[in-house]
Design a protein around this ligand. Structure first.
Ligand code: GLY
Length: 390
């Protein structure tokens, strides 16, 4: 197994990007027999992903990897496999199988929006529009947010989470595609609510945030997967950074750019030498806690997204940071030996139980499907002018 390096990474070179992408694509190719008619579990078990049915919030990342492999190679085998996945996603949304939550963007952008954008798959378009319809049903006018989970309107479930910023691009796409502004309006309002409440004065972020179902006033921030309510969950901070970049793309308010900088500074100040965080930013080298490599990949994509939107000097700074993070992941975390793992990137953490959080505890120090996806997306962004699925 790869030993985690302790050196400060240099920016990854273009040749190294191409090599890393080639390695990732071959791993995706090896996985096709197991996962063309099945979904990948959200995380690996002893570094091997089991095949599962299409009912988890994470199911969109594997077809996203297939589409990225298709774009990198032009090999039709990837297109065929990804379009088989699209049928499963259409079936899922038509029959509303485990869709009663906010993760429609994570599910339908990398699978079905990608299918429509890349090969004009009409079922992909139909499925993604239905998913956008489902997502806006969760909008709560009292408090102005998309409710993340659970029965709509009940006080104990009346909250949104910072991760949802990455579900919003589906709504922007749906408005552009359908000509109906209602999706975009929900996304704009939800992003502003997140900015108003989820960033703490020290520039860390709350994972989840409760609102008052009667008055709509902000109530309190609470963690589910971070170490504690007042700590900074490493992936949540990365969702916040990438989410601010996407919010800025779709509504270029200076506040999003400023928040992006502040969240990023907090994150960078708490990274170990190799720039891949422990699963909560409260931890450092002395604590012996696992990393969350997926947080670094998400963060790199956020940096590269923002780099496309800002003047040259800032863009160069963001791209260099992203290249350093991806160099670290490619050298120290990416799977090189397929006998060891059918994933792409080791040392992710889905949710680790702590005395102060409410998660179940699963996928600790494993490959995680979004970690694999965002690692590949970051490599694609570094390798060419990439047209986003988001
Ligand atoms: N969006 C849930 C997670 O990042 O685990």
């Amino acid at each position: 197994m790869n030993a985690i390096p302790s050196f400060a990474p240099q920016p990854i070179t273009d040749i190294e990007v191409r090599n890393a992408l080639d390695i990732a694509v071959e791993q995706v190719r090896r996985n096709l027999p197991k996962f063309t008619y099945a979904s990948q579990n959200h995380s690996s078990v002893d570094n091997i992903y089991p095949a599962v049915s299409n009912d988890q919030w994470t199911a969109g990342f594997w077809p996203g990897e297939i589409w990225l492999a298709y774009e990198h190679t032009g090999d039709k085998i990837f297109q065929y496999a990804a379009q088989i996945q699209v049928q499963s996603f259409l079936h899922r949304i038509v029959n509303r199988i485990e869709t009663d939550h906010h993760d429609m963007g994570f599910l339908y952008s990398p699978s079905c929006v990608a299918a429509w954008k890349l090969v004009g798959d009409k079922d992909g378009r139909k499925a993604a529009l239905l998913a956008a319809d489902q997502l806006i049903e969760r909008f709560q006018p009292i408090g102005q947010f998309i409710q993340a989970w659970g029965r709509k309107g009940v006080a104990e479930e009346y909250r949104y989470i910072i991760d949802c910023l990455l579900n919003l691009p589906l709504l922007y796409w749906a408005s552009a595609e359908s000509g109906d502004p209602k999706y975009r309006e929900v996304a704009l309002v939800h992003a502003r609510t997140t900015l108003a409440n989820s960033v703490r004065p020290d520039d860390s972020t709350y994972h989840t945030f409760y609102m008052d179902p009667v008055t709509g006033a902000p109530v309190r921030g609470v963690t589910k997967q971070g170490y504690s309510d007042e700590s900074a969950w490493a992936r949540g901070q990365a969702w916040g950074i990438a989410g601010m970049a996407f919010s800025y793309r779709y509504e270029p308010l200076p506040e999003y750019r400023e928040a992006f900088e502040r969240l990023l500074a907090f994150y960078l100040n708490r990274l170990p030498t190799d720039m891949v965080p422990y699963w909560d930013l409260t931890f450092s080298d002395k604590d012996g806690e696992p990393r969350d490599s997926s947080s670094a990949s998400i963060n790199a994509c956020g940096l590269l997204e923002m780099a496309d939107l800002v003047p040259r000097e800032d863009a160069a700074r963001y791209r260099e940071l992203a290249r350093r993070m991806i160099k670290s992941l490619a050298d120290g975390y990416a799977v090189k030996d397929p006998a060891m793992s059918n994933g792409l990137v080791l040392h992710g953490t889905y949710s680790k139980k702590s005395p102060f959080n409410t998660c179940r505890g699963e996928g600790v120090d494993e490959c995680v499907s979004w970690g694999d996806y965002y690692y590949m997306e970051a490599l694609m962004r570094l390798s060419r002018t990439w047209s986003s699925y988001w």
